[in-house]
Unconditional design. Structure first.
Lengths: 278, 281
């Protein structure tokens, strides 16, 4: 469990990034963090594995205060995958990249082989096992960065902007990976600007703006609240925009899913359900 | 006047690679066009862009066959530095492009390197700051700006070189939706007011589609579709490739599969709303 208690963070330059955050994320939750550039999203998640410590207030991971725990110890539980894979990758081959963390955490040789095989297979990277990460495309490198973290099986996984540079099919696969990992009981937290991706994943959403939490709600509630989103420089997803515009036709306003939208519009056009009301 | 870009029978492979990254590309882009280049990861879009400013073949090497003419210059026969005054490049992450202590100095840097007269430098920097909306930030340090502001400064510094063609490689990746929209609006203004030819690489077409005049789709090193945003986005072939089409266009396709046919494929929320109202009344 992650518990944030009245957390403030000010960078040495004087920039105030977090201004009094209170938050609880239970084990096994799936969370999306959104907010404008500079809202404090990355700053917040860097607190989860102790890379940053709050200037004031406290962060507890599974009951342990991050101020009294090392980054190495926290990282066993909290795997953070950075925005830019090039900040994370440095080994000569994909395989070494994946085994690096496992070796550092002192896993037994057998376990290392097992976890490496599993993660390369799971993320469809087996064929690149002996390749240098640097000859891979940006999208593939992002998958290697994820593999390197997933290998030691942290029970809280934090992905910072995982969809950058990914095409639609890759995003679909990423969504499936996330659903599987979350379905197996891991806590998954994604930080993203990709509103359409979030609308498909439907996590519980934290909207951050200027260092404060301005909404914490289900995907449906958060993504159809255009007034709240606009404070964080975000537009609702296209389907939500459409249903807000055509609410006078007797359709529900809170629709974010394209398949749900299809059924509603089909009924509207075919059956003239228009005046039935609800 | 020659077209902005002319590519003929272009084949390219990176050093040591067995496969062609680009395979028989033929392409003409007229001056003043606003072209979006898209396609699945690894399809060759970034490689094609590198051929437009001479990074390929001059920097990357490899096997380059065919002709690429940008703003009347054959890329093969001109150094990168000469091409830089004709074709400007804006990258995904503005942090990789900005380095000076103030916005103004960053924008002036390229011009100072060209040893232009002081008055000319001042004139161009002022103009570039004005059109990208960063004038009031001129004394700020670029690293203190928001991502959206940084990307507008990056565009201004490229713009000051007075290129006829601007290539932008996923310029909104790191930007929030509002800043992305503002950036596309700045690019559209440039395109309309200065007839600057725009080539923009992008995966996320929902925000961008209303601005583009033409979309080119690549797959496995080849151009596989080329046309108006409406025709490209409504194509089933393009969707199955993994191109992220706007959700309203996807909704149109799903309805069509179920026998509900709307007049023409929408590419914006407004268009779909209008069509639905027309059908109901």
């Amino acid at each position: 469990m992650i518990k944030v208690e009245n957390a403030f963070f000010t960078y040495p330059s004087g920039v105030k990034a977090l201004e009094g955050l209170n938050l609880e994320i239970q084990d096994g939750e799936f969370i999306g963090i959104m907010g404008e550039n500079g809202a404090g999203k990355t700053t917040l998640v860097k607190h989860f594995n102790g890379l940053l410590k709050p200037t004031n207030g406290s962060i507890y991971i599974n009951g342990k205060n991050t101020r009294e725990t090392t980054v190495a110890e926290l990282s066993k539980n909290v795997g953070l995958v950075f925005q830019n894979p090039d900040h994370q990758l440095f080994c000569e081959t994909v395989e070494e990249e994946v085994t690096f963390g496992l070796k550092n955490f002192g896993f037994a040789e057998e376990k290392i082989v097992e976890r490496t095989d599993w993660v390369l297979n799971f993320l469809e990277l087996e064929r690149y096992r002996k390749s240098s990460p640097f000859i891979l495309s940006g999208g593939e490198r992002k998958r290697v960065a994820l593999a390197a973290v997933l290998a030691w099986d942290p029970n809280i996984l934090v992905l910072d902007e995982p969809t950058i540079g990914q095409d639609y099919l890759q995003k679909e696969r990423l969504r499936q990976y996330i659903e599987q990992l979350n379905g197996q009981g891991r806590t998954v937290i994604i930080v993203t600007h990709d509103i359409e991706f979030i609308a498909e994943c439907k996590p519980r959403i934290i909207v951050l703006s200027k260092g404060k939490i301005i909404n914490y709600a289900t995907a449906k509630e958060a993504l159809t609240n255009s007034e709240n989103l606009s404070k964080a420089s975000i537009f609702p997803p296209q389907i939500a925009q459409l249903f807000t515009q055509i609410a006078d036709l007797g359709l529900p306003k809170d629709v974010i899913d394209v398949y749900e939208a299809k059924v509603l519009i089909e009924n509207l056009l075919k059956g003239g359900k228009r005046n039935e009301g609800v | 006047m020659s077209p902005a870009i002319e590519v003929r029978n272009l084949f390219y492979s990176y050093p040591g690679a067995e496969k062609h990254t680009l395979e028989n590309i033929n392409l003409v882009i007229e001056r003043g066009d606003f072209v979006v280049l898209t396609g699945p990861s690894g399809c060759g879009k970034t490689t094609l862009c590198r051929c437009l400013n001479g990074l390929i073949p001059h920097f990357y090497g490899g096997k380059f066959n065919g002709t690429v003419i940008v703003d009347g210059l054959s890329v093969k026969d001109h150094p990168i530095s000469a091409l830089a005054q004709h074709v400007g490049f804006v990258f995904q992450n503005p942090e990789n492009q900005l380095f000076a202590l103030s916005v103004e100095k960053d924008i002036a840097f390229g011009l100072e390197n060209l040893a232009l007269p002081r008055a000319e430098i001042i004139k161009r920097v002022k103009w570039a700051m004005k059109i990208t909306g960063v004038t009031e930030l001129r004394e700020n340090a670029p690293h203190e700006l928001s991502g959206g502001q940084q990307q507008r400064v990056a565009i201004a510094s490229v713009l000051a070189m007075n290129p006829h063609v601007m290539v932008l490689d996923e310029p909104t990746s790191f930007l929030d939706p509002m800043s992305s929209k503002q950036l596309f609006e700045v690019i559209q203004t440039l395109n309309k007011e200065t007839r600057l030819t725009i080539i923009l690489v992008e995966h996320r077409l929902d925000l961008l589609s209303p601005y583009a005049k033409r979309i080119i789709v690549m797959d496995e090193g080849k151009i596989i579709a080329d046309g108006s945003p409406r025709s490209i986005l409504s194509s089933k072939k393009v969707f199955s490739l993994g191109v992220g089409i706007p959700k309203v266009t996807r909704l149109y396709q799903l309805l069509l599969e179920n026998g509900v046919s709307l007049d023409s494929p929408p590419i914006s929320v407004k268009e779909l709303e209008r069509e639905l109202r027309r059908r109901i009344i």
